[in-house]
Structures are given as C-alpha cells and as structure tokens.
Design a protein around this ligand. Structure first.
Ligand SMILES: Nc1ncnc2c1ncn2[C@@H]1O[C@H](COP(=O)(O)OP(=O)(O)OP(=O)(O)O)[C@@H](O)[C@H]1O
Length: 755
C-alpha cells in the first residue's frame, strides 16, 4: 500500500516535471525572436540548436526591413525586455534546479521502489518455497495420518477394510468405469442420478485401484499376517459380488506364477521365512486345515480319498480348532503349502455362471495354526489364521443360474445375509449376535466377535451394470469397518501355565482311567495311538482328524456312577503307591510331543485367561489341581507306561470333551458361549472347583448329570487334599500347605459372576 502511494507520488512529481519542462520549452521557443530583436547580431543568450532550428524555420519569413526597424526601438524598452528575459532565464534556472532535484528524488524513489520490489519478490519466493515444501509434505502427513488412524483402529480393535477394484476383463476395454477416482483411503463411485451423474464416496483403510499388483496388496497385509507368529489370531476374508476378484486376491488366477500368487501363498511363504529368521529364538510348528462351506455343509478340502465327511464347526475357544475334525496337516515348507493348496483348490466346488466362468460356489477357509516355543523362556505362543474366500453374492437374474447353481446361489446369498445380520448386531453392539444362523458366521465367530485381528478385502467390479451391487457392497464394507473387536490379545502360555495345563491333562487322564477296566484302557489307548500313527504314516501324509486321535475320554464307556466313586479320597489314598517323580508324566509328554511334532494345541480360553488367574486366584489353591492329578495318578497308574502316553494324547483339544462331573452351570455356559462369550476355563480350574472342570467343555450330546458336581464325596475329597509333592518344596519355604476346599463358596460366587 505504502509503495503504491509512493509510486503515485513519484508519478505525480514526474508528471509535474514533464509539464514544467514542456512549459519551459514553450517559453524557450519565444525567446530567440526577442533576443534577436533587442541585440541584433549580439545575442545575449547563446542560441541552442533548437533555437537555431526555429530561427531557420522562421528565416524565410523575416524581412530585412523588420530587423532594421527594430534597431530603432528605444533603449528603455529593450532594457525592460532584457530584464524581463533575465527574470525568465533566472526563473528557468530555478525551475531546472527544482526539476533536477525532483528528478533525483524520483530516481531515489524509483531505486527505493526497486529495492522494495526485489525484497518483496524475495519474500514471495520464500513464501512460495515454504508452500511448495508444505505441499510436498502434505502427502507425507496424509500417509502418517492414515498410519495413526490404523493404529487407533488397531487399539480399538476395529475390523480393517481394504477395498480392491478389479480391472476390466479382456473384451471390456471400451467400458466406462464407475470408479470416478481413488485417493489414499477414499474411493468415489459415479452413480446414475435423475439429473445427470451423482457421486458417492467411501473411506476405507486402504483402496487398491485396478492396476494394483498382487505384491502391493500383500505388502499392506503382511504385518497383520506376521502377527500370527507373535501369537495373535488373524482372519482375512474376501468379500464382494460374484466375479469381482475375491479368488484372484486370495489365491490368484488360474495360470498361477510367482507374480500372480495371491495372499494365501504369500502369507505362508512369509511365515516360513520369518520362522526361519527367528529360528535361534523360537521353534515354530505350522499346520494347515482347509475346508469349504457348500450348501450349508462343511467339507474337508484336504481329503485324498474323495470321501466327504460331514464336519461340524465348534467354538474354537473350546478346542483351539473351529473345525476339529478336518484334516490337519503339518507343513514345513512353501512347497508343502503349494501342494496342499492345489489339492484344496481341486476339491473346491466351482461352476460356470453367466458372470464368472469359474465361480466359487462355496465359502473356502484355509486355516493356519502356528505354535511357537520360546527357546529361552519355554513360553508357548499360539496363533491361528483364517484365510477365507467367500462365495460371491449374486443376483440370480443376472447370473442366469438354474437347478443346482440356483440352489447354491440361494445358500450363498442366505449365508452372506446372515453375515450382514451379524455385522449389524456387532456394529450396534447388541447383546445377542446371531452367529448361529449360518455355518459361515459360526466359522467366523471368533474373528468377528473375538480378540482377533481381522481384515476384510472388499472387492468391486468397475462395470456400469454392476453399480448397484458395487454401492451396496461398499455400504456393507463401511459398516464392517465400524465393528470394534477390542484390542487383539496374544495367546501366550508362560511355563507355569503350561505346567498347570499338563497337570490338568494328567488329572483328566487319571479320571478317565478310574472309570475304565484296565483291559479297555489299554486297548483304547493302543487303538488311538494306532489311529494316530496310521494318520501320520499315510502315504498322503495327512494326519487323522483330531477327534480320532485325541478323544480317548469320549470313547470311555464308564457310567457317571462309576466316575463318582472315583472321588473317594480315602480309597484313593489307601491304595496309593509312593509319589512318582512328578516330572515324569510331563516329560513323557514332551518327548512324545517332540516325536510327533504335533505340539500342544490347548484351549485358547485357558491361555487368554491366565492373567485372571494371577489376579484373582490364590496360587496355592491353584496348585491343588496338581494334587488331584497326582492322587489319581497314584491311585490308578501303578504302571506308569500305560498312562503317560495317553496323557500326552489327552492334551489335545478333543480331550476337553471328557465328562465327569458336570454341573447345572454347564448347560448355561454352553448356551452362553455358543453365540458370543467364551468360558473361563482356566479361571475355574484355578480355583479347584472340581465340579467345574468340565464346564463348557462337554459336548451337548453328552447330557451331564448336574448333581454330580456337587456330590459330597467330591467336596470332601477336594477339601482334604494336600499339596502335591511337586509343590511341597515351595510350600515348605515358609507357607503352610493351604487347603483347597475352603474357598469353594467364594469361588462359586466368582464363577457365577463371570458368566
Ligand atoms: N486384480 C485383477 N487383475 C486381473 N484379473 C483379475 C483381477 N481380479 C479378478 N480378475 C479376473 O476376474 C475374473 C473373476 O475373478 P474371480 O474368480 O477371482 O472372482 P470372484 O469374486 O472370486 O468370483 P466368484 O465369487 O464368482 O467366485 C477372473 O478371470 C480373474 O482372473
């Protein structure tokens, strides 16, 4: 502003100077005539070239007489004129001086302005540079924000949602895409509207455009997958309308190569790589299951005999497995995985529809179980990863399916709508979540409502005629993104907890023994081991399903009455042999475990609740569980070789199905856990409420006698039980052995509260 004023001022000055100069020139024009007249040939003022020119111009018009005549002008007059001219000359000198001054002031002003101008240009340059810097940092900040947002979501446990847009297929090159633009986590879809075009934007954790490669997609998924090795449960599922690219993302195209491999292959390769990198710290065992849900039936995709067993989905918190009867195959290299997946893909139900010539007609799930043993602390980490390729939703009028295909489509749509209901309930934080309405939601129960890290790939097709499905798919995905699972938790067993679990397993084995005649026990055990070995050594390399190998207790034909008798402590103690070295059964188990390489797939809930154990439980009380195990051990296992191997077998999840002293609580718990909550098994064990040992772990088919848990024999036995020899040393160190019966009432109350 200041500069502008100054500039105006200078302009005015300059203008004035010009006007003055002009006046001066005009005056000067008049001078020569006067001078000539007054002095004749003696001119007072030296004629300038200008004057000369004027003179010359005027020359032809001046006559000789005029000049002569003028010589007669009186001196007075000429003097007066001379003075006047002198005055004019003086005045002009003054004006010139002023003009010179003005000129120099103007010059200075101009210089000042120039300087200011440069200064300003420089400042603007700086400013622009700053803006350019800020602009370049803007994307960095955006990226940072996205990361932070993801971290916050992780903390809240939100389901992550990545969106992927399929490119046009060959032959569709002249189609218009409905995807208007993609920016970071934003995707805008152009929709047909009454008056021209409308736009709808959606925000997700990440959006992959049509040109995104399999490698790029995996790079953003890798950290999640890697956390399986750290003991987290992970679920990645692909959702979208039929033909939108779900199988492509999860598995890859038909002509599979290193570049086109999907998330499944890359995930397992990466797990092996990481396991190898950590080999000095951890020893990992990786096993794989692959199933599909076809027309609401669960089928094993890793069968080689072509037989289709009917499989059941269980709450995995009870056994560590969602589908315990499905083949579980130990894998130790990427090549193993590729073989298995190829087998699974061959067994999968696919069919041609008008929308996809190789449409998946089932939901497939590849489950990877990882168990890591910390070589220094002995702690066990257990992670499980579901990689789910859902069948695509389809409008049967478009897919033009009939007959079997139509039936499949109806099942697919029904189960996807059940998934939608579950998501809605979770998003609204309803107390009841209808997981039971479909096999798919039962399978995903732990991943959608548990403490897993869950990622959904939502797929969309870019074709204009799919825009309706695209919008509804994206709306569903936005809803999924609002579901909070709670922060994911690591499944980690400290060595203490591991020991306690082993003792619990021993106890269960002993209880099982008590109710069986010795001959039956032996044959039962042998047949199971045989079954196991057959599974291990089968040419296909596939293991026998878990239920076949670990379910000795279930096969027990002992009656509840017989079991109840087993709790008579006097009888137990009376017949007891000396304390065996306590380490031996566990040691046996470990050796067996090493041999088979199967690992101890133990109940997830037990692990998850170990903190609770430390918080609320009296360690001495907890140790009591070991006493029971030891007592039974003495009572029934004089020949330890008969028992120990079985104990190791019992450590497998299906051993949880052992039923001895169920209570009324059981049914409630079972019902309660069926939909959303998980039983707190370890907590119950930790309080040595023997009657509760089987809570939540008995299959419904074995209807329990609820009275037994509260039998007086059992109570008295618990009350009178002393510490285990294994814990005697600890007890002697200043602590009197604590009786475990005393806190029963309190324990009962706590157990009740937790339900
Ligand atoms: N990102 C991609 N790049 C190249 N081709 C792709 C991509 N995604 C999908 N395709 C191709 O699109 C077709 C349909 O993909 P795909 O079979 O994976 O769909 P889908 O969602 O699994 O279908 P459905 O639900 O019917 O099984 C296939 O030919 C596949 O190769």
């Amino acid at each position: 502003m200041l500069h502008q004023e100054y500039y105006c001022y200078c302009f005015q000055k300059t203008h004035m100077v010009c006007v003055s100069l002009h006046a001066c020139v005009c005056q000067r024009k008049a001078i020569p005539n006067d001078l000539n007249v007054s002095h004749g040939s003696k001119s007072v003022l030296k004629p300038s070239s200008f004057n000369v020119k004027i003179e010359n111009k005027k020359g032809p018009f001046l006559k000789k007489d005029d000049v002569t005549h003028k010589n007669y002008i009186p001196d007075e007059e000429s003097e007066r004129r001379l003075v006047k001219q002198q005055m004019i000359a003086d005045q002009q000198q003054k004006d010139i001086k002023v003009l010179k001054q003005t000129l120099s002031t103007t010059k200075a002003g101009m210089q000042f302005m120039q300087m200011k101008f440069h200064e300003e240009i420089h400042n603007i340059g700086h400013h622009i540079h700053g803006l350019a810097h800020a602009a370049s940092g803007y994307h960095k900040v955006l990226e940072e924000n996205r990361k932070l947002y993801n971290q916050v979501q992780d903390l809240k446990g939100n389901i992550r949602v990545y969106c992927r847009v399929r490119p046009f297929l060959p032959g569709q090159s002249n189609y218009f895409s409905t995807v208007d633009h993609i920016e970071e986590g934003n995707i805008t879809i152009s929709t047909p509207a009454k008056n021209g075009k409308g736009y709808k934007s959606f925000t997700f954790n990440k959006v992959f455009g049509p040109s995104a490669t399999q490698e790029e997609v995996f790079a953003d998924t890798q950290p999640l997958i890697r956390s399986v090795l750290d003991g987290y449960n992970v679920c990645i599922f692909a959702y979208g309308q039929t033909g939108s690219g779900k199988t492509y993302t999860m598995t890859g195209p038909r002509d599979l190569n290193e570049h086109t491999q999907g998330v499944n292959y890359r995930a397992l390769s990466d797990l092996f790589l990481l396991a190898w990198q950590r080999k000095d710290m951890f020893r990992y065992d990786v096993s794989v299951q692959m199933i599909e849900i076809y027309n609401e039936q669960v089928r094993d995709l890793l069968v080689t005999d072509g037989l289709n067993k009917r499989l059941e989905i269980r709450n995995s918190s009870q056994s560590g497995y969602s589908v315990p009867n499905a083949s579980l195959v130990h894998v130790s290299s990427t090549a193993d995985v590729i073989d298995l997946m190829n087998l699974g893909q061959r067994n999968r139900a696919v069919g041609a529809t008008a929308l996809n010539d190789r449409s998946s007609r089932s939901h497939s799930c590849l489950t990877v179980h990882v168990q890591g043993r910390d070589l220094t602390s002995g702690a066990i980490l257990r992670g499980c990863m579901h990689l789910v390729d859902l069948a695509g939703s389809e409008r049967v009028d478009k897919s033009e399916v009939t007959g079997d295909r139509l039936k499949e489509a109806q099942h697919i749509n029904k189960s996807l709508s059940a998934l939608g209901d579950v998501i809605s309930s979770l998003a609204q934080k309803n107390s009841h979540v209808p997981y039971r309405n479909s096999k798919l939601t039962q399978l995903l129960q732990d991943s959608l409502g548990g403490q897993a890290k869950t990622l959904m790939f939502v797929h969309i097709s870019p074709e204009p005629d799919a825009v309706g499905e695209t919008i509804s798919t994206l709306k569903f995905a936005e809803r999924v993104a609002t579901v909070e699972l709670g922060a994911a938790r690591v499944n980690k067993d400290s060595t203490d907890v591991k020991e306690l679990k082993e003792e619990i397993a021993n106890l269960k084995a002993a209880l099982a023994r008590k109710g069986e005649p010795v001959s039956t026990q032996k044959s039962s055990f042998q047949s199971n081991i045989q079954a196991r070995n057959v599974g291990m050594e089968s040419p296909s390399g596939l293991r026998k399903p878990m239920e076949d190998v670990g379910n000795i207790e279930v096969q027990s034909n002992s009656t509840p009455r017989q079991k109840r008798q087993s709790f008579d402590l006097d009888e137990l103690l009376g017949n007891s042999s000396p304390w065996p070295p306590v380490s031996s059964p566990c040691q046996k188990f470990r050796e067996y475990d090493k041999e088979t390489g199967t690992g101890e797939w133990v109940d997830k809930v037990m692990v998850n609740k170990q903190d609770t154990l430390h918080e609320v439980g009296n360690p001495a009380e907890f140790r009591g569980a070991g006493n029971i195990s030891d007592v039974f051990y003495q009572q029934f296992v004089s020949d330890s070789s008969k028992l120990y191997p079985e104990k190791s077998v019992n450590l497998f999840p299906s051993s949880n199905q052992f039923d001895i002293a169920p209570s009324d609580d059981l049914d409630e718990l079972d019902a309660g856990t069926s939909d959303s909550s998980e039983p707190d098994l370890l907590w119950q064990f930790s309080h040595c409420k023997l009657g509760n040992f089987t809570n939540g772990i008995v299959p419904k088919i074995q209807k329990p006698d609820s009275k037994q848990a509260k039998s007086p024999e059992l109570r008295s036995m618990i009350t009178r039980m002393g510490p285990s020899p294994s814990r005697k040393v600890a007890n002697r160190a200043g602590h009197p052995p604590q009786r475990i019966g005393r806190p029963t009432a309190e324990v009962k109350r706590k157990t009740g509260n937790r339900k």
